[in-house]
Design a protein around this ligand. Sequence first.
Ligand code: BGC
Length: 454
Amino acid sequence: MIDPADSPASPARREVLRGSAATLAIGVANVCLGAGAAHAAATARKGFPKGFIWGAATAGHQVEGNDTNSDTWFLEQVQPTLFAEHVGDANNSLELWQVDLDLARSFNLNAFRFSLEWSRIEPEPGQFSVAMLDHYLRIIDGCRERGLQPLVTFNHFSAPRWFSARGGWTNPESPGLFERFCERAARHCARPIGRATTLNEPNLLRLLAWLDLPAAMMDRQRGMLDSAARALSVAKFTAANAANPEDLDAIQKNLLEGHRRGRQAIKAARPDLPVGVSLAVTDDQAVGERSRRDEKRAQVYGAWLEAVKGDDFVGVQNYERSRIDEHGSVPPPEGVPRDGMGREIYPPSLANAARYVHEQTGRPILITEHGLCTDDDAQRAAFIPAALGHLADAMAGGLPVLGYVHWTLLDNFEWIFGYKPHFGLCSVDRQTFKRTPKPSAAVLAAIARANAVE
Ligand code: BGC
């Protein structure tokens, strides 16, 4: 168990971490044996290239707590709201980020992905907080001190409340506002960053549109956004992960332009910094001869797969496969294993999604998210090596993958679902904020240490 009360820099703390690394190693052995030693012995060892990136990801709103200037915080407060609960203190990672970095290091990872919380850095339009920029620079430097490559997401969904109260990404001025933020943040922080992404899953709303979400949910979302707009006496309140269907085209246009201008601004601060964008990509499989699979692909990824052709890499975020027939998405086959959200557990989806994006763009791939929602950590412990085995096979076949970043380091605030879904390599006590590694962390740690999967 990692107690945040310990001073992260103290020798005692380092001892705790060495101890937990040892515990992890024992955990790995147990998990391997538990999974069937005979089977493990019979399967091949699949290596990853030297310098492969092994990381875990977090995102500002989901772990920091008390980002009271953010649009998401505000949407959690209005009535009606889609959010199951308020984010509150989250994991208090605003204070405990050193504990989080120590944990990542103790899992033998060499990279850490996190996001800049725009609403802290620019709480009012054009007013930038040097203290908050310094805070994020300390995290970036803290990664470097621990041998973790900092993978920085400039914007992971949540934005300042003022930005969304101006219509968010429906506002024609939004690309310029994002560019200004990227310019200021990159000027302050870019030097020690390892890799940057502008936006997180800017194609998510279009992907969700293929899920046929219940009308009642869409109505409630509309009610939430209307209520936010009324409370602030503005015409329109729109968030990056909560918007009405009629706005999706305008949002996509501005996000594409925002990515282009954000990338330019980051490059202007540090031309040699690799910059990309993280896309949500399901492994889309055609069912039947008149499947609408390619129509889905064109709508959800088409413009983005064009836009990233000038990027240094593409971030791929995959959680599942999606089967599409002539009507649209079809439910998983009967009897397949399911995760905690009822989604099919399908390990080959990661490699398939990455292969598709590379084939379409010619760009190297960085897996910036992949994980499993489950309360049964044994499922996660089996899922990670299974998915990585398929990824290693695809790489052996020529797919250029720079690294694998697991979602997520800690159980966290899963947006509208609140704290109930668990994707973390560590559980977090909601009162003390104590982080406790799960056995799956030991599995990933062993893979990262060996730079290979059995
Ligand atoms: C997002 C994360 C989210 C995760 C699991 C991704 O869509 O980038 O913020 O928590 O999926 O649902």
